[in-house]
Design a protein around this ligand. Structure first.
Ligand SMILES: Nc1ncnc2c1ncn2[C@@H]1O[C@H](COP(=O)(O)OP(=O)(O)OP(=O)(O)O)[C@@H](O)[C@H]1O
Length: 327
């Protein structure tokens, strides 16, 4: 595997999606006559730059002849919030599986906090697609969170005071202390989702992967969940990769969008990617991104015959930006 640990991050957050490899000659430094001071700066810069929480280089995933995505170059910086969008079957969840080490890439390289997936795995928190838990699930919310810490160990376990505190802290962070000892199967969808996020945060991840965490939640719960994730990345510089069909509840939180469709992708700030021109290019058919009565909708994607809304891109009301907890 190519060494990618010394990657110079993009100069501007939310701008150029692809970091420059530090092994490339620094501009100007190699030129004859470069002053010693600037040379020293160039040498030190890669050593002081933060290591991306996730790096993909020329990454591709195919199943047989079917290319889900290819040539994907992406550095996700600490604290950055990336939304992954695209139609059904575009390969969004498969991207998360690749990061989790459950799906090998067909091409390219992937590093987690500068480490290959096998060694970087423990730095990743994962909020899976929501499936309602059976009412008879014999676990308390607290037990589910504990599994995030030691679920990989076999046999009975005695948890240390520090571990019990971490579990309590994770529950507290998502406002789930009040039902920590309730059977998870009896909690509402929104409450279960908070507990799943607590489970993912209990390991203090560098990178948080969320697969449609807002699915089937009401608006209030969507805002609360999005706010929790946002607070986490702001307070702990946890990078977030957030797969969603509903960009609206997180539109004012995301730094960049990765839009995947037709085996192609675009990366950039929402205002650059979610445009008629960019999406028409990706879908290879005329697509309109409209702003109707303050709601932004995408019309005319091939997966929505009849020109229905593909994504509800209603921009969040700036006055109700989630600050954490219930909005
Ligand atoms: N192991 C596999 N072998 C063959 N095909 C697979 C495999 N895993 C996923 N696929 C296919 O790859 C495609 C992409 O799946 P994926 O779940 O990543 O899509 P998605 O963008 O998350 O879709 P959705 O929005 O519907 O959740 C699907 O058509 C799926 O059937």
């Amino acid at each position: 595997m190519r060494r990618l640990s010394r990657i110079v991050p993009p100069g501007q957050r939310g701008g150029d999606a692809v970091g420059r490899h530090a092994d490339a000659a620094p501009e100007g430094a190699a030129a004859a006559g470069a002053r010693p001071r600037s040379l020293l700066r160039e040498i030190l810069r890669p050593m002081t730059a933060p290591v991306p929480a996730l790096s993909l280089r020329s990454a591709g995933l195919s199943f047989g002849d079917r290319v889900l995505w290819s040539g994907l170059d992406l550095d996700v910086q600490p604290g950055e919030f990336i939304a992954v969008l695209g139609p059904n079957g575009a390969g969004k969840s498969s991207l998360l599986k690749a990061v989790l080490g459950q799906q090998p890439l067909s091409a390219g390289d992937l590093l987690i906090a500068g480490l290959p997936p096998a060694r970087g795995r423990h730095r990743v928190g994962y909020v899976p697609q929501q499936k309602s838990m059976d009412a008879a699930t014999p676990l308390r919310a607290r037990d589910l969170v504990a599994l995030g810490i030691d679920g990989h160990r076999f046999g009975p376990r005695r948890r240390s005071a520090a571990e019990r505190q971490r579990i309590a802290d994770a529950l507290e962070a998502v406002g789930a202390t009040g039902y920590a000892d309730a059977p998870v199967g009896l909690l509402s969808g929104g409450e279960q989702q908070r507990v799943r996020i607590a489970q993912a945060l209990a390991t203090d991840p560098t990178l948080l992967l969320c697969d449609e965490p807002l699915l089937s939640l009401d608006l209030r719960s969507q805002r609360a969940v999005a706010g929790m994730i946002d607070r986490r990345r702001r307070e702990h510089a946890t990078a977030v990769v957030f797969v969603t069909h509903e960009i609206n509840p997180v539109l004012d939180l995301v730094d960049r969008v990765l839009y995947v469709a037709n085996g192609q992708h675009r990366i950039g700030p929402p205002g650059e990617v979610l445009t008629s021109a960019t999406l028409s290019e990706l879908y290879r058919t005329p697509v309109d991104v409209l702003n109707v009565r303050g709601r932004v909708v995408v019309v005319g994607t091939p997966d929505e015959p009849g020109g229905c809304t593909h994504h509800d891109l209603t921009p969040a009301d700036p006055g109700r930006r989630p600050a954490g907890g219930d909005a």
